[in-house]
Ligand binder design. Structure first.
Ligand SMILES: NCc1[nH]cc(CCC(=O)O)c1CC(=O)O
Length: 321
């Protein structure tokens, strides 16, 4: 296992190589990686050369014409960065936590999360779900968004929209759909302020980990862990652990329509979780209170949900039985 060599500090600014931060190449990924870089520079008082971005092309970015669930799931966002990390070519990798699958190699650890951004989805193309024209086409490839829209508006039709944020907005402008749904966090980070209407997060529940930027490093790289700990936002990290525990308990994948919202509840936390049939016709919701790191109530809620949900829902989860 390669450890990060000593890094520049105010007392020792020369002679060390930069900390290499791996990132995907999409405009959103680069904005996010730069946010992590700036956070590291500020937290450690390093000069600009101390953190270097290493751009990695992910298969998920190369294959744009088919739904993610069909071509191999979330691993398509992580496997190239995982390989670079394990091979010691980068010291850390920046991810949208929403795109990081539940199963991770044992030698890789989520070392830090930046403070969570806006968790809401934005509806682009109409002022509200109720105001969509009858039979409107909604462009999305996310099972959660499709099921949740169809639950509210069974008359609508879902058409597959993949590609990065700009591509999806261009496809909407080209008339391929009447509306689309995007994460407000991504739009904000790209400077697309004021696009569309944010949907109330208590009604249209977000995806697990939406709005969270996670930074991974080699599990045994104590130097990298130490550097990254300085930029970790503890409450966000607790939410991420809890929402990943939910995904794990449900056996949820990128083809599972699952939505969740984690909120402070006095001293502790409250989680709401909803699971759907892909056509949105069936919906089941649960709620759990938990303390950070104590995920048993979340697992119990997940088991109960799966136990009581109809086959039309559970068929899309592996946690059942
Ligand atoms: N699936 C792609 C993806 N992954 C993370 C974000 C947004 C940023 C975030 O949630 O932190 C997006 C775009 C979107 O869903 O609109």
């Amino acid at each position: 296992m390669t450890a990060s060599p000593e890094l520049p500090t105010p007392d020792r600014p020369t002679g060390a190589r930069p900390f290499r931060l791996g990132t995907r190449r999409s405009p959103l990924a680069l904005v996010q990686a730069n946010a992590v870089r700036n956070a590291l520079l500020a937290a450690h008082g390093w000069d600009a050369g101390a953190v270097e971005l290493v751009e990695v092309i992910a298969s998920g970015d190369r294959i744009q014409d088919r739904p993610l669930a069909e071509i191999g799931g979330k691993a398509l966002w992580t496997k190239e960065l995982d390989a670079q990390l394990l091979g010691g070519e980068i010291d850390a990798a920046v991810h949208s936590a929403k795109d990081v699958e539940t199963w991770r190699p044992e030698a890789i650890a989520i070392a830090a999360t930046l403070i969570r951004a806006d968790v809401r989805d934005v509806l682009v193309g109409a002022a509200s779900l109720g105001e969509l024209p009858r039979g409107a086409r909604i462009g999305t490839s996310a099972p959660r968004r499709a099921a949740q829209v169809l639950h509210a508006r069974p008359d609508c039709e879902v058409v597959t929209f993949r590609g990065n944020v700009a591509t999806r907005l261009a496809r909407l402008s080209a008339g391929e759909a009447e509306a689309t749904l995007l994460a407000k966090a991504g739009l904000d980070r790209l400077g697309e302020i004021g696009v569309g209407t944010p949907l109330d997060e208590t009604e249209f529940l977000p995806a697990p980990a939406q709005g969270i930027i996670a930074i991974e490093c080699r599990a045994e790289d104590d130097a990298a862990k130490h550097h990254l700990a300085a930029i970790d936002h503890a409450d966000t990290h607790a939410q991420l652990r809890a929402e990943r525990a939910l995904l794990d308990a449900l056996g949820g994948s990128c083809s599972s329509p699952i939505a969740t919202l984690t909120m402070r509840d006095g001293e502790g936390w409250q989680m709401r979780a909803a699971i759907f049939s892909p056509d949105g016709a069936m919906r089941r919701e649960g709620e759990a209170r938990f303390a950070p790191g104590e995920h048993e109530p979340i697992r119990a809620m997940a088991e109960k949900l799966l136990h009581e949900a109809p086959e039309a829902i559970t068929a899309h989860f592996e946690g059942a039985g």
